[in-house]
Ligand binder design. Structure first.
Ligand SMILES: Nc1nc2c(c(=O)[nH]1)N[C@H]1C(S)=C(S)[C@@H](COP(=O)(O)OP(=O)(O)OC[C@H]3O[C@@H](n4cnc5c(N)ncnc54)[C@H](O)[C@@H]3O)O[C@H]1N2
Ligand code: MOO
Length: 651
């Protein structure tokens, strides 16, 4: 096959059946399925945790099973104690038995008598109350052992009657209840050894892609760890299903068909991810067409993330082909597959809480698709909430995991304005704002300080939006701290020239920034940082990896380049790590990064600057307990030692 043929075959084509609105896609999919709960099975209590009751569960026994003493004391007839006082106690003859727990009473409590009883003992025939031992005194009388009662008792006093907690025949659990430890205790008390639950839907999970490698194996060049299978398996379990991991499959039609047939035999539903928008999309399509109908029901949904989603069924068994991109995969799984899994598992539809928040920055969107934007929430100056888009895109593995929630931008719009009020659907359980919100430039040194702070119970959230973005947020009072390394090129001074009214500058640490290059690259041998920049910029064979506009590193490099635009200048990733990876892997020959990151990638460094990484602190937030705790931790010897160990110089 010629190179061009291979390119044409590998190229993605718009081959979706018909890109449907999400609601239409969902309706068409669900109409083809049986959404009733799977049949019931009985499981022992020890295995019942997290299962869903298949029907109402009724108590087989009373609890307590008999009338029971709830104090240590004497079982007696309340009428015999009428008018008893300290001065004029009632005198009752003691029956010749002691009712410890588990002892069946043999003697009746006749009028004028009492029987000693322990907490939990069976109330004997004739008795209708129990008096605590503290209100009595036993002694040897002429008629034998007697007990003096110093307080009158009411009928029923200190007795827990049979069935007062659980009555035999009572409904203990209603159908569709998710069983927790609390329910399990109740079932045991009611004498049930097993409980009827809905059979867990078995969900087969397949990953497709030539590049995929299971976590733990070494990553070859171009390899990607299969994260979808892991997150999908856990999400299946979270929603009452039983994951059936099938593994990774190459983009090979015969192998995939075999795997899909096996998966359909084993499972109640099949979830695949990857290859929905290129050749393999066709593959799943062709395979599904050879299996019993209805086959592909939906291929292409007008939403982002998730356009290439493919929904189908073999007879009544759902088959879902998720896009490969992790955020797209997990988002469409949550929206389209989770409702089906929950229905089969007998669980009620999931309910997500929502909240309102202001959008912190203008957010563009793709017209024609409803776009879901993952956001982190931070408290604004007035105690409201600001929503910060994570800005990581469909390919990110972390966006869905780290977001507090998401909001939708309508398909008819091309974006959402900064300051617009958005309804945020919260994800990942109960939403709790962090104690400390940090917005700005990221540094591994900051992680070290925040780890120490976490050990003191202060939860911090750090949003990496760059130095300038953080400074803007600090000026608006939307964060507690804005870490920055902003250089004023004319004076060589860091950060202080950027202070604004209402902000304070907290010194952080210094970090060496330098030209990074592959060790052994003779073109950089023995050069100082500024020399390295001059030489590299003048050598057309050397390819630069630059940094994004607004980053402190970019300002530093632009200052040194003095208007020069060496090859590679337009390649502008957003982090020190991306620069180091590009140089280490040979996609570029030089760039500027911190010495600590360069060391992590095994690169050489020609030092350029001793950069200051400091914190802008809005005065209005300075007295918050979490801010004070941060400042104390930052100044602590433990933090300074950790920073030094990482190659930073604390201020
Ligand atoms: N020219 C076009 N390109 C793309 C289009 C398009 O319409 N025209 N659609 C884009 C959209 S939207 C999405 S979403 C992605 C989805 O593509 P596929 O479903 O075909 O997925 P792959 O190409 O197989 O993989 C995409 C990406 O995700 C990584 N991946 C795949 N599986 C896994 C896994 N199990 N764990 C972790 N990561 C995984 C894979 O390595 C790729 O990097 O296509 C756009 N492109
Ligand atoms: O729709 Mo894709 O899922 O942009 O990310």
């Amino acid at each position: 096959m010629s190179l061009l043929d291979r390119i044409r075959r590998a190229a993605r084509q718009e081959q979706f059946l018909d890109v449907l609105p999400a609601e239409t896609a969902m309706a068409r999919f669900q109409a083809a399925l049986d959404l009733s709960p799977l049949p019931a099975e009985a499981v022992p209590l020890a295995e019942a945790l997290g299962r869903v009751t298949a029907g109402p569960v009724t108590a087989a026994a009373d609890a307590p099973p008999f009338d029971r003493a709830s104090v240590d004391g004497f079982a007696l007839r309340a009428a015999d104690t009428l008018g008893a006082t300290e001065a004029a106690p009632r005198r009752l003859r003691l029956n010749a038995e002691l009712l410890a727990c588990g002892v069946a009473p043999g003697l009746t409590v006749e009028a004028g008598t009492a029987t000693a009883i322990a907490t939990g003992g069976v109330i004997p025939r004739g008795a209708d109350a129990v008096v605590m031992v503290e209100h009595t005194e036993a002694e040897e009388g002429p008629e034998g052992p007697v007990v003096l009662i110093r307080r009158p008792a009411l009928p029923g006093q200190a007795i827990a009657h049979a069935g007062s907690d659980i009555a035999r025949g009572e409904t203990l659990l209603r159908a569709a209840t998710c069983i927790t430890s609390r329910e399990i205790g109740m079932l045991a008390a009611a004498g049930l050894a097993t409980v009827p639950v809905v059979r867990r839907p078995r969900i087969a999970i397949l990953s497709t892609g030539d590049e995929l490698v299971p976590p733990g194996a070494p990553l070859p060049p171009g390899g990607i760890y299969d994260s979808n299978a892991a997150i999908l398996a856990a999400a299946v379990a979270e929603h009452g299903g039983e994951p059936v991991p099938m593994g990774i499959f190459r983009d090979d039609e015969a192998a995939l068909e075999g795997a899909l047939r096996r998966a359909l035999d084993l499972a109640d539903m099949v979830v695949m991810s990857g290859g929905t928008s290129k050749g393999a999309g066709d593959v799943s399509h062709r395979i599904l067409a050879r299996l019993p109908p209805p086959g592909v029901l939906v291929h292409g949904v007008a939403l982002k993330p998730g356009k290439p989603l493919c929904l189908g069924a073999v007879e009544r068994k759902p088959v879902v082909v998720l896009p490969g991109f992790p955020t797209s995969a997990v988002f469409t799984f949550q929206e389209f597959a989770v409702p089906v899994i929950r229905a089969m598992a007998g669980l009620p539809p999931r309910t997500d809480a929502t909240t309102e928040a202001w959008l912190a920055i203008r957010t563009p969107s793709e017209a024609g698709r409803t776009e879901y934007v993952m956001v982190s929430l931070a408290e604004d100056a007035e105690g409201g909430l600001a929503a910060w888009p994570l800005g990581k895109g469909s390919g990110s593995v972390t966006a869905f995991s780290q977001a507090d929630g998401f909001f939708a931008i309508d398909a008819a719009e091309a974006g959402a304005a900064a300051g617009s009020l958005q309804r945020i659907r919260l994800i990942g359980g109960a939403h709790r704002l962090p104690d400390l919100t940090i917005i700005g430039s990221h540094c591994t040194g900051l992680d070290a300080v925040l780890d120490l702070l976490a050990a003191e119970g202060v939860r911090a959230r750090s949003l990496a939006v760059g130095s300038l973005g953080g400074l803007a947020a600090a000026k608006r009072g939307e964060c507690d701290l804005a870490p920055a390394h902003l250089l004023k090129a004319e004076t060589g001074e860091y950060n202080r020239p950027f202070l604004a009214p209402g902000l304070r500058l907290v010194p952080g640490w210094r970090r060496v920034q330098g030209v990074v290059f592959r060790p052994g690259d003779a073109r950089f041998a023995g050069l100082s940082g500024p020399e390295a920049v001059r030489r590299a910029a003048a050598d057309p064979a050397l390819l630069l990896v630059n940094r994004n506009a607004g980053s402190g590193t970019r300002i530093l490099l632009d200052g040194l380049l003095g208007g020069a635009r060496p090859p590679g200048y337009a390649n502008q990733p957003k982090s020190h790590n991306a620069v180091a990876a590009a140089v280490a892997q040979g996609r570029a020959d030089w760039g500027v990064a911190t010495a600590s990151v360069a060391a992590a990638y095994g690169l050489g460094v020609a030092p350029l600057a001793d950069e200051h990484y400091d914190f802008f602190l809005p005065e209005a937030r300075a007295e918050r307990p979490a801010v004070r705790a941060f400042l104390a931790t930052l100044a602590s010897e433990a933090a300074r030692a950790r920073l030094r160990a990482l190659g930073f110089t604390p201020a």
